[in-house]
Design a protein around this ligand. Structure first.
Ligand SMILES: [Zn+2]
Length: 286
């Protein structure tokens, strides 16, 4: 596959809403950025408007979401906006936030994708230089079921196998070669989900006070509560969307095949740590 040219937004895109975890009102402005900028968060509500690169070295490990920090400045639950940008092959973008979290929208990447496509995407002079998988490897968690097998391949192909065992969510799998067309058609609409049994615990920890079945799919004993699935395998598609957002922390979508079985953010991040660690000597000699 020949290298494609880098892409950015043709004009600023503004999306308003509130964050899923903390519930704070937020305005997110996506701005064009020069070639080789990458994806870069900017907390415009903080003194000095600190910038936080969407790179794995800025990761703050926490359960259930992806958090980045530089110095004392943080951004949380960034995986869906990163998925929207990486899925649309937007390589360079300044992501301005005036709060800790991007707007949740309907729990998917759809609102962000539609806003970006309204604003148009433009080609830049430089070509992308993605990280490439050259040697197969696996990341897993001793004693737990999740694993991701990584192998060389053209493009970025992700398979996600989901199996929640004896719950109301049936076992399901979804595979995609990530292109903007595939991302918009098959993945962007897939929403965040939880089991009803998890909701009370999250609320007790102060999370999701503004979450409703309209911005968070809730699975009760009888199925989805007060909502309908957009696809029978929407959950696997959403987990694949999370993989795209997390894998973008490689500085753009890496080239390779990724077979994820019941993985979460932690394993997704470890794939990128493993990939960049393995690639470092090659990048240095390139
Ligand atoms: Zn998600």
């Amino acid at each position: 596959m020949t290298a494609r040219r880098q892409r950015t937004l043709a004009r600023p895109v503004i999306i308003e809403g509130f964050g899923l975890f903390g519930g704070a009102d937020v305005t997110m402005t996506l701005l064009p950025a020069p070639a080789d900028t990458g994806l870069l968060f900017e907390r415009v509500d903080l003194p000095g408007r600190p910038q936080i690169p969407a790179r794995i070295h800025c990761l703050v490990p926490q359960p259930r979401r992806t958090i980045l920090a530089r110095g004392t400045a943080r951004v949380e639950m960034v995986e869906h906006v990163l998925a929207a940008l990486a899925g649309l092959w937007v390589d360079n973008c300044r992501i301005q936030l005036d709060a800790l979290e991007p707007p949740v929208g309907d729990g998917s990447a759809l609102e962000i994708v539609e806003a970006i496509l309204c604003g148009e995407i433009t080609l830049q002079a430089s070509e992308v230089r993605p990280a490439r998988v050259t040697t197969p490897f696996r990341v897993d968690q001793p004693g737990e079921r999740g694993a991701i097998d990584v192998s060389p391949g053209e493009g970025c192909t992700i398979q996600y196998d989901l199996d929640y065992g004896a719950t109301v969510i049936p076992a399901q799998s979804f595979t995609a070669l990530i292109t903007p067309e595939e991302f918009v058609r098959e993945i962007a609409f897939a929403r965040t989900f939880v089991l009803e049994s998890e909701v009370a615990l999250l609320r007790a920890r102060g999370f999701g006070q503004r979450a409703t079945p309209q911005n968070l799919l809730v699975f009760g004993p009888g199925g989805v509560v007060d909502n309908v699935l957009r696809a029978p395998d929407e959950c696997a598609r959403h987990k694949l969307l999370d993989c795209i957002g997390d894998f973008a922390l490689a500085g753009g979508l890496p080239r390779g095949r990724f077979h994820a079985v019941q993985s979460g953010h932690h394993l997704n991040h470890r794939v990128i740590q493993g990939l960049l660690g393995a690639l470092e000597p090659q990048l240095q000699s390139a």
